[in-house]
Ligand binder design. Structure first.
Ligand SMILES: Cc1cc2nc3c(=O)[nH]c(=O)nc-3n(C[C@H](O)[C@H](O)[C@H](O)COP(=O)(O)OP(=O)(O)OC[C@H]3O[C@@H](n4cnc5c(N)ncnc54)[C@H](O)[C@@H]3O)c2cc1C
Length: 333
């Protein structure tokens, strides 16, 4: 393999029913930074049915070139269909770097692409950096989250990574940005398309996703079951949502979709209340980028105080009702 032949940064864009997944714009933000550092181009690969309307948005968010492939066979994500659409683009254009979102789709697709391209894949990265020569340093939690490992791929190309949603920054949308849109000539080996979608049944989700909330009131093991309701009230008063540490989710007190951390969601709200949460590294990995972290813990040596902007040593179950009263008083209720 002549590594010199491999150039540019590719982002595999994810869309569902024509709506871009936020991680795609986050990857374009990071990809733009990498492309500028390595004096290369940022290329988005977008496939689906009737998706060409999204190409402008990708250019406004950093892409120089968008490869777009449209087919009724790409209406829903299906591993083999998407593989057949995307793999030839990567095989033929020889990217130096390929970034994929660490979503359920990306986690399915990226390893298959890597295997077909005969290269490695660093899954679930939380940090990426690059040398001007184009060597990618891919950092992810390892050994149960107890240390951060930085992984390189020196002998193979492309250097591939899946990146957790919510970690990278979206670059400001710029409608003046210009780019090129190229259609991918698709040809499917129908004999290998063994799965089709017969029906889609959507789960009803009533609450805001914690990744989208501006304020999160997060419960840890220090909050007993009967006190969780007061956290819901505080979240409502602040137009936010309730989230939790894994201890609370494992105890069956809140749904797994509310879990913050390495094996949960990465969040970046304006305000994050950590109530009765010790601040284990696996939890902190999912919330440390929050703009304002307010921690309440009985134990003044709790590691959460190491990342908190405001720390209160005390009983959270007593402080929460007092905060609710104060908010209501200020609202004049
Ligand atoms: C591979 C792996 C992945 C993991 N992934 C995650 C993850 O995604 N998310 C996650 O959260 N964890 C994760 N964990 C678990 C993590 O290591 C911790 O065990 C967990 O975060 C602890 O949750 P906690 O802080 O709620 O509980 P604890 O560590 O038990 O802390 C409870 C805290 O509450 C305080 N407290 C008690 N009563 C009160 C009170 N009345 N008022 C104020 N403070 C009080 C205590 O002083 C203590 O600090 C993972 C672990 C592993 C090994």
């Amino acid at each position: 393999m002549n590594i010199e032949e491999y150039r540019h940064v590719y982002v595999i864009v994810e869309q569902r029913e024509g709506i871009l997944h936020p991680v795609s714009l986050q990857l374009l933000g990071k990809g733009r930074e990498i492309a500028d550092t390595t004096a290369s181009k940022l290329i988005a690969v977008l496939v689906g049915e009737n998706v060409s309307g999204l190409t402008k948005e990708l250019i406004y968010h950093g892409a120089d070139i968008v490869y777009v492939g449209e087919s009724a066979l790409l209406k829903h994500y299906l591993t083999e269909n998407y593989l057949q659409a995307i793999y030839p683009v990567l095989r033929d254009h020889k990217p130096n770097i390929v970034l994929v979102g660490a979503t359920s789709i990306g986690r399915d697709l990226a390893p298959r692409l890597a295997a077909k391209l005969n290269t490695g894949l660093t899954a679930d990265c939380t940090r990426l950096s690059v040398t001007p020569e184009g060597s990618l340093y891919m950092t992810r939690p390892a050994f149960g989250g107890n240390l951060m490992a930085t992984i390189i791929c020196p002998d193979h190309r492309p250097q591939m990574s899946t990146v957790r949603p919510g970690v990278m920054h979206v670059m400001p949308r710029d409608e003046k940005r210009q780019g090129v849109v190229v259609n991918i000539p698709l040809s499917f080996d129908q004999s290998r398309l063994k799965v089709s979608v017969i029906d889609v049944k959507k789960e009803k989700v009533n609450k805001t996703k914690i990744e989208d909330a501006k304020v999160l009131v997060s419960a840890g093991r220090g909050i007993p079951k009967e006190k969780l309701e007061s956290l819901e009230t505080l979240a409502q008063e602040l137009k936010g949502s309730v989230s939790a540490s894994r201890a609370v989710v494992d105890a069956g007190l809140l749904d797994a979709s509310r879990q913050v951390g390495q094996t949960g969601k990465t969040v970046r709200p304006d305000v994050y209340f950590a109530l009765g949460i010790s601040g284990a590294i696996q939890h902190v990995a999912g919330m440390e980028e929050s703009k304002l972290i307010i921690a309440v813990n009985k134990d003044k040596t709790a590691p959460i105080f190491g990342v908190a902007d405001l720390g209160f040593v005390g009983d959270a179950t007593k402080l929460v009702p007092a905060i609710i009263d104060e908010i209501r008083r200020q609202k004049g209720q």
